[in-house]
Design a protein around this ligand. Structure first.
Ligand code: ZN
Length: 243
């Protein structure tokens, strides 16, 4: 039986740990899952290169996931580079700026990603949009907040005469709990896949393999990932399944 739009999802998939976990979550829950990503002039194309690799490994890991996975879309957005310098799109230092936000913050980025995802979901007949934004361990990005996503859901549904649902499975999880979720969804094989093939580092480094995956080990994204992995392993070793 063909899946209804209500059981079809679009995952905002960057190739990082969080969106890969969201992809597994969506595949476990929904009948049909498509993916969307954005090439917005990131300083490093590493994360984008990881997308295709992670997607093909998801297909190989589980035949049921392979069947559920639909097409992937990659949209090109060079507007952020035109808007000005941030540490994610230009070679500038990662610091906390005078506004209190990190220099990796690209104003409006998630708002635009989710709005474009909503447009794609409408076009493709997918009711659910899954995004890995998180308020718990977030890097101070105001557009990752629960209230921001809820407000945007209302705005796009009004503006597109739709009834889309924005799902945020990681919103209240720590990075360690995100690893636990991956383990629950796909066991150690999925944890190993995410560890080895997803990318998080702001510096785009994949030279050195740490216990927690690849990265420079010093940028805020690597620090979060390393701390989350250490906490997850510690709890697991002490017998606690849930972190
Ligand atoms: Zn790094």
């Amino acid at each position: 039986m063909a899946a209804s739009a209500d059981d079809k999802a679009l995952v905002v998939f960057s190739g990082g740990q969080d969106s890969a976990t969201c992809l597994a979550w969506a595949l476990s829950l929904h009948a049909h899952v498509e993916t969307i990503g954005f090439d917005y002039g990131q300083r490093h194309a590493v994360e984008l290169a990881c997308r295709a690799e992670v997607l093909s490994r998801f297909r190989a890991l589980r035949p049921d996931w392979d069947q559920k996975l639909g097409p992937d879309a990659l949209l090109t957005l060079d507007v952020f580079q035109q808007l000005g310098e941030t540490a994610l799109t230009h070679d500038v230092e990662i610091i906390t700026t005078a506004s209190g936000l990190p220099s990796t913050f690209v104003p409006g980025r998630n708002l635009i990603f989710l709005t474009l995802a909503a447009a794609q979901a409408c076009r493709r007949g997918l009711r659910r949009i899954v995004t890995g934004v998180c308020e718990t361990d977030f890097s101070g990005y105001p557009d990752c907040r629960d209230d921001t996503v809820k407000a945007l859901q209302v705005a796009v549904n009004l503006g597109m005469e739709s009834r889309l649902v924005m799902e945020t499975p990681l919103m209240w999880l720590t990075k360690a709990q995100t690893w636990s979720l991956a383990s629950e969804l796909g066991g150690e094989a999925l944890v190993a896949l995410i560890l080895e093939h997803t990318h998080t580092c702001y510096q785009g480094q994949r030279g050195e393999r740490h216990a927690w995956g690849y990265g420079c080990g010093a940028c805020p994204a690597c620090e979060l990932r390393a701390a989350g992995w250490a906490q997850y392993r510690e709890k697991k070793a002490s017998g606690g399944q849930r972190v």
